[in-house]
Design a protein around this ligand. Sequence first.
Ligand code: ADP
Ligand code: MG
Length: 703
Amino acid sequence: MGEVLNVEEIFGENVFTVGKMKERLPRKVFQEVKKVMDQGGELSPAAADVVAKAMKDWAVEKGATHYTHWFQPLTGITAEKHDSFVSHPDEEGKMLMEFSGKELIKGEPDASSFPSGGLRATFEARGYTAWDITSPAFLKEAATGPILCIPTAFCSYKGEALDKKTPLLRSMEALSEQALRIVRLFGNTEATKVSPSVGSEQEYFLVDQEKALLREDLIFAGRTLFGAPAPKGQEMEDHYFGVIRERIGAYMKDLNEELWKLGVTAKTQHNEVAPAQHELAPIYETANIAVDHNQIVMETMKRVAGRHGMRCLLHEKPFAGVNGSGKHNNWSITTDNGVNLLDPGDTPNENIQFLLVLACILKAVDTHADLLRQSASDVGNDHRLGANEAPPAIISVFLGEQLEDVVKQLVETGEATHCVEGGKLETGVSTLPDLVKDATDRNRTSPFAFTGNKFEFRMVGSADSIASPNTTLNAIVAEAFCEAADILEKADDLDMAVHDLIKKYLSEHQRIIFNGNGYSDEWVEEAERRGLPNIKSMVEATETLTTEKSVKLFEKFGIFTKAELESREEVLYETYAKTINIEALTMIDMASKQLVPAVTKYTKTLADTVLAVKEAGADASVQAELLGETSAYLKEMKSALSRLIEVEAVASNMDDPKAQAFYYKDTVKEAMVALRAPADALEMIVDKEIWPLPTYADLLFEV
Ligand code: ADP
Ligand code: MG
């Protein structure tokens, strides 16, 4: 069987866990750390020094020479600047490895080269990183040697968020505060904190590294910009949950081991729908840790792939014509005394609380469907959302048959006297039924589905950070809880008031509920009738960040200031423009230097053949026809190439980020599609020996 891996032993091996702190810190200091972790606040400088020393000693024992404040700028990936523990030598030239509390808690990287959307003028280049004590430090094993990574938030000199973690942490606090008001109404006096839990299922593709390196598009854009479909796609449905091939299996084994060492609970693995596509899901955990861990998962997936001679593609749509990748963001809210507010519960009382929470979430999602859509948008995801495979770009909520029926009864009669499966139910409040758990069916086409005791937000892109979706979710639900609590805290008859409020919210927001097929055209029409937004692209979604409604929401709960939202909007436009620009330039490069020359060469071969065959006195009409066809596509490709060069030049010279992003979306992308069409047609005609790129068949079926 080979060497047996002791998973229990290696799990968390590279993490400075709470357990290790308990072991290595004096009791008093440990208690202080624990208190800050649970209740917030700051460590005293003295305690910080002790923690830093313990952390450094642990890291050095494990071979680390450097540490880094590990943060998540608006690029959507993580950033690190390594500092060694080396300190100034003493008079005798002896040096001690050092790490102070100050260095642990706060860093000052030069922030001038990170996107800030105008928040931080270049003359004020300083940015500050601050330790997120609730997310454990870990050791990353890299070629540089193990690096001690300290998860941090990243802010400007004035405290404006320049990253994805800061607003997420703010949104978690807002949600906690408002959710506590709700559970208090129902007599929960014990809970002191409510936290969102998140489990994110990560989809990815694996392709052979050597082949990938023959394609500039995979190198620069992470997706294929050219490529005719392979003879076989995903139509046989033989890949989904299929037997995992040896090479992929070895990769998964290695990946799991790395992740477990880093304290990531890699739990499930399977083949996905498209050929060469796979999925990994960890066990859910507190939102900010889940966000950090998802970054670690993505990074580790790429790193381990290299070791196995493969390349991991996290792009949302690496290949046209087969499924793209997403990330299902499973989200629930739990009190620190163990109550999941999305669990329908066993007693009538819990049921009522659950129905109120549910009504609040429906209200939140309906009110801010545009923002939720925005939170899941990134450049790559434009290829999925709205296309016929991923959940549509229209936000709706799937509740399942039973819950939908309860909602309907409540809306129609103000009472729900029965459950779909179970007949009449007795509850403490005669108008509300008991609910049976797990009575929900699955609906794979819904972007926001209730799945028993959590919501599954399925729109998120595979390459994107899950920080934004969770920040938005927390924020909009905090707002709905706040508005409900404002009313209910003043009520004389709480039972009646809760009942009325549930009915009101459900009646006003039931349009957001949709249990049918989200991929159908009828739904698009129906959604329009219902007045639900259908935001088709990332750039259009970006506009929703700074609407009056959005600013009011985020400012009210201290999650984003207006200036922060404006800066984010600008960064997103810039990101969009830069990404499409790289894609366009890559296409231009590939078409000019590889495709046009290859096809030209092929036409020469054909022309020579036509002449030779004719000369030999035989019929050369087929060869001539082929030559005609090839030359016609070549001409089309050449003129599409000229057009792309032209519009790309216009686009890259535009000043206004928003106008520029729209131009890339409307004009440059169209020119890219126009260039791809003749190229893909040519790939089907031209001799494979001459075609300069590995094909979809090579990439998808020969891993
Ligand atoms: P499926 O593919 O059937 O949706 P998976 O097991 O692939 O299921 O993924 C489900 C994800 O949801 C996992 O990450 C799991 O830990 C997470 N999850 C389960 N329960 C909760 C919960 N209460 N809150 C948040 N996430 C949850
Ligand atoms: Mg899954």
